[in-house]
Design a protein around this ligand. Structure first.
Ligand code: THU
Length: 160
């Protein structure tokens, strides 16, 4: 029997000023996109912004529904939009930000498991690492690839 360990690595920033100009622009786009969230049930507004290869930015916001599972997170809304409108472009960086009670959450919101699985698949389809930028008011976390957020991901189908 062997004990195995998996290490993950990410960068932490204390403010948006510490980000590169491109990442700062994407962070602001995610914050702005949260303004289009439809959240009558949770009142938790999430925005996501994706920089595509070529530089274009597409955004999404979480959309809720009275028939509860029918809504969708901001990240998947943005990714499905990107894949539907720009299928040949890789998703280089995805930023997300959550607004509660009118304020950017101090601690960065982290993507749910289903969104991570979808990120992993589009990363693989894009053929390059997808960076994830989680934007909080007091901290910003940056992952340089989806793998670090989802070790031992389900990808068995593609080996068949
Ligand atoms: N939500 C997102 O949009 N992204 C996340 O990363 C976590 C959760 C949404 C789903 C739901 O509309 C609300 O936040 C509360 O869970």
């Amino acid at each position: 029997m062997n004990i195995k360990e998996i290490h993950i690595r990410y960068s932490e920033y204390d403010s948006q000023e510490q980000l590169s100009p491109e990442d700062r622009e994407l962070a602001l786009a995610a914050i702005r996109a949260a303004g289009n969230a439809y959240t009558p049930y949770s009142h938790f507004n999430v925005g996501a912004a994706i920089r595509l290869s070529g530089g274009e930015i597409v955004t999404g916001a979480n959309q809720e529904n009275m028939a509860f599972p029918s809504g969708l997170c901001a990240e998947r809304t943005a990714m499905f939009h990107a894949a539907s409108h720009h299928p040949d472009k890789a998703m280089e960086t995805l930023a997300l930000a959550a607004i509660q009670d009118g304020k950017l959450c101090p601690v960065p919101a982290t993507p749910c498991g289903a969104c991570r699985q979808v990120m992993a698949e589009y990363q693989s389809r894009g053929g390059r690492p997808m960076e994830i930028l989680m934007v909080g008011a007091e901290k910003i976390w940056k992952f340089s690839r989806v793998d670090d957020m989802l070790p031992l991901i389900f990808d068995s189908l593609k080996n068949k």
